[in-house]
Every structure is written in C-alpha cells, then in structure tokens.
Design a protein around this ligand. Structure first.
Ligand code: HEM
Length: 385
C-alpha cells in the first residue's frame, strides 16, 4: 500500500507503509512535539495525548457528533446513533442498551464458545488463516446470535461489504475509497433492513415504540450496531492473537488465566478503533491551542492508549494495570455498547485455543490491512499443534 499522493503532512501520514506497520512511534513523536496537531489534508486537529482525547469524549456538549448542530448537511442514509447528539442520541442508545440487557448473555457466551471450538477444530491439522478462518466467522456468528438473526448461507457479501466500509473510513486520506464504501454500505443496509422487517424480538425489534425518532435512522442505527460489533470484534481478535504470536511461538497454557480485563489490556496494545472524530460546538482551548466552533477534532485512541503518562511502559502488556483509563472502547456518551461482549468473545477464543492446542506459531508473514481509522489484519497465517 502506498501513501495517498495527497497525504502531505510532514509527520502524520497514517496510510504510509511506516505508519501502517507501526503507528506508535509517530504518535509518540507527535505527542511530545505537537499534541494538538493541525492536519491540512484532513482539515482537522489530531490529538495524541490521553488527557485531551478523554476530554473530547467526555464533553459531548462541547465536542459533538451531529453535524446538523452546526448547520452542516448530512445524508439521511448515514444518520444513526453514532452521528446523533442529545436529545435524540440517549433515546436511541437506550433502546439498544435495553435490548442487549434483555439477552441471555450467559447462554450467548456458551454458544460463542461452542462456535469457537468448532472453528478451531476445522482449522487444526494444517496452516490456516486466522483472519478468514477464525476471527471473521467467529465475530459474525457472535453478532448473528446476539441479534437473533440467521447466519447467512453465503457470508462472503457481508464480510466483503464490511471490509470495504472499513477501507472507506479513510476516504478523507484516500478519496478513491469513498464510492466503493457507499456501495458496500447499501449491501449491508439491505441485509439489515430485511432482518429488521422480520424481527419480533431482540435488538432489531421494537422500533415502533421509539415514536419521536425517524424510522430510517433507527434502521441505520441497527446497521451501525451490527457492523460496529462485527468489524471491530473480528479486527480485535486478529490484533490480539498477532501480538501473542509475533515474537515467539505462543505456549497456550498461559492463556488459561486470562479474563475479560486481560483481553481489554491485550486489545489496548493495538486498538482496533484508532481514531474517532467530533465537531467543536463552541470556541474552546485544547492543549493551549485555540479551536473554533465548527473545527473537527480527531481523538487518536491508539495514541492515547500508548501515552506513557498514563500507561508506564505502554508498549508492553501488563495485566495488573487499572482498566479504567483504557480507551479501547471509547468513553462517555458514545462509548462502546458492546465492549463487554467483545471481551467475552476474546475470552472464549483464548480459552478455546488453550484447550485445543499446546502451541501456536506464525506460518507466514501477517498482512496488515491498509487502514488507519480501524486497525486490523487482512491475513494472519498460523500453525497450531
Ligand atoms: C473489540 C471490539 C470493539 C471495539 C474495539 C469497539 C470500539 C468502540 C469505540 C472506540 C466506540 C466509540 C466511538 C466513538 O466514540 O465515536 C464504539 C462505539 C460503539 N460500539 Fe463498539 N467496539 C467493539 C465491539 C462492539 C460490539 C460487539 C458492539 C455491539 C454489540 C459494538 C457496538 C458499538 C456501538 C453501537 C457504538 C456507538 C455507540 C454510540 O454512538 O452511542 N461495539 N465502539
């Protein structure tokens, strides 16, 4: 992957081969020299300090998600709970929180574990691609079970659409990705709209009871829940397993003691969601810089999660760290609805790997996905014995 020809920033070039391979040294440099960095091509402020990123997430009345509050246009097709502010946002979010609470999550976790065992059983015996053979189908099964929808007979259109949408998240840096991502969004929208039209219970039902919200925005929100859950979880599983095997073969015995906090700490090392953006709704000072109403800020969660002021020796896992400051799942009004579930999927996977295999090692070079907003792998060849 070559850097976008228009990616002219001196330091912050997220699609450059160097940053795709390892963005953390660049984040460290920016945090030390210019923690509130103006990026000309993105026309945005890039934040790399934990304090600044946390503040942006925690103050939704100053740093908003809804461009309509600034009089900016936004197509109906993309309005979802992720692009809303109060008063709409809490109403829609509450619907999904309640629906998630209504699920029998212990039964769900047992089904996720059984699926994991089956996927690992099929992979055993020869080299396999952890991304295509385990992480993606496992995350998709987990989301289908959670949303009470059938696993697709042919999962390739959905998996392909999701990958294209993840690429499209970087269309600010590489505009050629915009059109394919819009087409992929339609594919996913159609699938989710069909599920919503037949759902009687669960996350995709009960929209009629949220009277004040446009139904299209609720369907978009259902799509956002599904895709946020699927793509983030599958990428997180790949990133975590890659970290575990990349330096030396993994003796799986050490995975047995890991719980949900351990999964989140491993996820912190290479966070899936590297960047989230907000609009300044008022003039505000950040890191000594005057920001104007209407400015866009990008909180680099990947950088915040490696801030040595908060995480001593940030590049190494430390299972004794307090979990609180970890921004893997965001923070505040828009924090992740499913982080606790993603952690449970991670635990199911790591424990199942410990039960199925003694040792796991690379069977070839991992291939990084050429994406910056969401970080993940296209391929992770492994061998297990
Ligand atoms: C390892 C897996 C996951 C990671 C790393 C992750 C990360 C995140 C982050 C960082 C945010 C905050 C975005 C922002 O502030 O703009 C977020 C929001 C969200 N996540 Fe996750 N997520 C994961 C899994 C899931 C799962 C399994 C679900 C669904 C069950 C889910 C549903 C959502 C939704 C709906 C939002 C938007 C919430 C809102 O705007 O109010 N995520 N996620």
């Amino acid at each position: 992957m070559t850097a976008s020809p228009t990616d002219t920033d001196e330091i912050f070039r997220p699609l450059s081969p160097e940053m795709l391979a390892d963005p953390y040294p660049v984040y460290a440099r920016l945090r030390a020299t210019d923690p509130v960095h103006w990026h000309e091509q993105l026309q945005s402020w890039v934040l790399t300090g934990h304090d600044d990123c946390s503040r942006v997430l925690r103050e939704p009345t100053v740093f908003g998600s809804d461009p309509r509050r600034l009089g900016l246009p936004i197509p109906d097709s993309v309005i979802s709970l992720q692009t809303m502010d109060a008063p709409e946002h809490p109403e829609v979010r509450h619907h999904f929180v309640r629906a998630l609470r209504g699920q029998d999550l212990d039964r769900w976790a047992a089904e996720v574990r059984a699926t994991t065992d089956e996927l690992l059983r099929r992979a055993a015996g020869g080299p396999f691609d952890f991304v295509a053979d385990i992480a993606e189908p496992l995350a998709l099964h987990a989301m289908c079970l959670l949303c009470e929808v059938p696993y697709p007979d042919d999962d390739r259109p959905l998996r392909g659409a999701s990958r294209t949408m993840v690429l499209g998240m970087d269309s600010g840096l590489d505009p050629q990705r915009r059109e394919p991502a819009l087409a992929a969004r339609e594919v996913l929208n159609d699938i989710v709209a069909r599920w919503v039209s037949t759902a009687r219970t669960g996350l995709f039902a009960g929209f009629a009871e949220i009277g004040s919200i446009d139904r299209r925005h609720l369907v978009n929100s259902a799509k956002a829940v599904f895709d946020a859950g699927y793509s983030s979880t599958s990428n997180m599983l790949g990133n975590v397993v890659h970290r575990l095997v990349r330096r030396q073969p993994l003796e799986t015995e050490r995975l047995r003691g890991l719980g949900t906090d351990g999964v989140a700490e491993l996820g912190r090392l290479d966070p899936v969601v590297q960047a989230v953006s907000r609009f300044c709704l008022a003039d505000v000072e950040l890191g000594g810089r005057p920001l104007r109403r209407g400015d866009v800020v990008i909180a680099m969660l990947g950088a915040a999660n490696h801030d040595p002021a908060v995480f001593p020796n940030p590049d190494e896992p430390d299972l004794t760290r307090p979990a609180g400051p970890n921004l893997l799942y965001g923070r505040g009004a828009h924090s992740c609805l499913g982080g606790h579930l993603a952690n449970r999927i991670g635990v199911a996977l790591l424990h199942a790997m410990a039960d199925a295999f003694d040792r796991i090692e690379p069977a070839g070079a991992a291939r990084q996905r050429p994406t910056a907003t969401q970080r993940g792998l296209d391929e992770l060849p492994l061998r297990a014995s």
